[in-house]
Design a protein. Sequence first.
Length: 348
Amino acid sequence: MHNSIIDPSNMYKSIFDFSNHIKEAFELFDKNSSLNSNLKNEITSIMVLGMGGSAITGLLMKELLKNDIDIPIDVNQGYDIPKWVNNKTLIIACSYSGNTEETLNALEKCHKENAKIIAFTTGGKLFALVEKYEYEYVLMPKGLQPRAAIGYSFSLMLMLLNKIGLINESLIKSLKNSPNPLMSKTEEYSLENNNNIAYSIANKIYNKNPLIYAEEGIFNIIGYRFKCQLVENSKVLAFNNAIPEMNHNEIEAYTNTVNIKDNFVVIWINDSAYHDRNKKRIKIVNNIWKDKVKEQLFLEIQSKDNQNKILKYLSYIHLVDWISYHAAILNKVNPSIIPNINELKKSL
């Protein structure tokens, strides 16, 4: 149920409408984009520019498509760009507001290298550059927090890559088949009820510092999304890291005194698709840590449709978004406002 006192800007509705955003993206794409579908043979690399909520889609695409696409995809989260950017690089400049200074700065440098540029935005200074330099573009619907627009941004970027001939139609078909099953997840995850996994996990972590671990690759990006949603929506300081890399360093900091104040809770995102060795690693580390951390939670979505990987990844994203929403309400903090980020932007 929507709590209008703690959540006056209705972040609840933005998360609740996730599956509708995906459906609407299909109607919006042709109306809101200006794409030349002959780019495929002209590019040898792709780089997504973006920060925060606008970077997450690029990070998901990079991992989602690494076995489907035969050119590298990189995500650039900063002011500078790598030396390899050239006139055969496709740049997708993502800024929901159109005014993200790091993205605009990096874009200027890509423009100087004659890269092929597509803007991905709702307007702002980025759209002014579209008009000035005749960049191609995809417009997103206005009026959301960037992090709450992921249903649109994920779908529109997948359609963009399909339109220019880089990915095949089967991924688009999987996306098209996702909204209805996602809606049934929404009806479950939105309930303030301990039988609902999203609420019960929020209840265990909202006053702790979650340490989130997932397998490297797309699940690590889902873990990163989880961390970002907890810090922005719930104002809960959280951290994430990847298996197996953390087995070579971070595991060692879990000593008998690490959790003396009982503020840490470990969350394992643990999917059946993981590499067998990583599944084994998680079991062993979970065991090593048993006496050191009071609570270790496991997050796994059982999937009826194992063919539709996109549905699985979107289900995880939807789940972690709902956990962050419930944690915000339990913390009695407005999940929409981001005063520290706004103060930083103003001071800059």
